[in-house]
Design a protein around this ligand. Sequence first.
Ligand SMILES: Cc1cc2nc3c(=O)[nH]c(=O)nc-3n(C[C@H](O)[C@H](O)[C@H](O)COP(=O)(O)OP(=O)(O)OC[C@H]3O[C@@H](n4cnc5c(N)ncnc54)[C@H](O)[C@@H]3O)c2cc1C
Length: 305
Amino acid sequence: MYEIIIVGAGPSGLTAAVYAARKQLKTLLVSRDVGGQMNWTLGIENYMGYQFVEGPELMLKFEQQVKQFPIDTLIGEDVNAVSKINNGFEIRTEDGAVNQGLAMIISTGKKPRPLNVPGEKELVGRGVSYCATCDGPFFRNLKVAVIGGGNSALEAANDLLKTSKHIYLISLTPLTADSILIDRVKTSPKVTILTEYETLEIRGKNSTEGIIARDIKSKEIKNLDIDGVFIEIGLIPNSHIVKDIVKLNESGEIMINCANETGVPGLYAAGDVTNVPEKQIVVAAGEGAKAALQAHKYLRYLAGQ
Ligand SMILES: Cc1cc2nc3c(=O)[nH]c(=O)nc-3n(C[C@H](O)[C@H](O)[C@H](O)COP(=O)(O)OP(=O)(O)OC[C@H]3O[C@@H](n4cnc5c(N)ncnc54)[C@H](O)[C@@H]3O)c2cc1C
């Protein structure tokens, strides 16, 4: 039985791990990957101590800091289920392994929202991507589409300007991104903006060949030949594993108070998966620290200290 299990190794989970380890708690860190969303980020200019750092480089620093401490890790594992047991919590990973902890921190962050159109699932990794920062360079001198009209879509289009031959920006609504981003993209001859267009289908057999979109007012159909599609329509919280034991808000985020408590004694949450406003690395890291310190207090209380 672990004293604490931390699920998720993005900035919040990794920071929680360091704080738990420094309190000498018997700790297990379980995660699908190390770094979370930071792996998708080209450059960071707002993490204190660094004027500029690439996402994967910052994550490596976080990881090295965790590795200084003797905690158990299960990386490359998806937690499928979390349940409450008599004296704590139990997690079940994909391979069927079960681990138990007296306390638990959920720091599972967010994942890209799918478009849910025909062709999307089939062509993921074969032209369909949820990360322009990561996959943009594979589309050098090719035609691509970016789906979405918010900051992440406009940032993606801006990023792709450097490498792609042409970019179709397709948004269901008028563009909602910051005006500075819109101006940058709008002025490029390499971009065609289609607002109030609904994406109906991504075409292709073994790779992406095109996209079919419809003007929501005139119903005019556009059949565009493209080689890649970047779906940038926001993120959804990875909270499904605890949906039956904690309260979620209407966006699916885990509701916590300012001490990272979920309302279930011993179960804490931190970072982007929670209702805490502002989804940023520095915020997630701070929340991870708070959650671990609160969990430590709870464990001392359990031990009657
Ligand atoms: C493109 C992009 C650029 C950004 N740029 C910046 C920036 O410049 N500055 C800034 O401050 N912030 C930036 N952010 C936001 C920042 O990355 C997030 O706020 C931060 O990563 C959140 O950390 P987290 O630990 O809460 O979650 P995440 O980073 O999402 O990490 C969650 C972790 O949980 C794991 N996980 C999820 N579900 C499971 C499961 N069921 N089982 C096991 N493991 C699981 C994931 O694999 C991952 O390791 C950016 C985000 C994106 C997408």
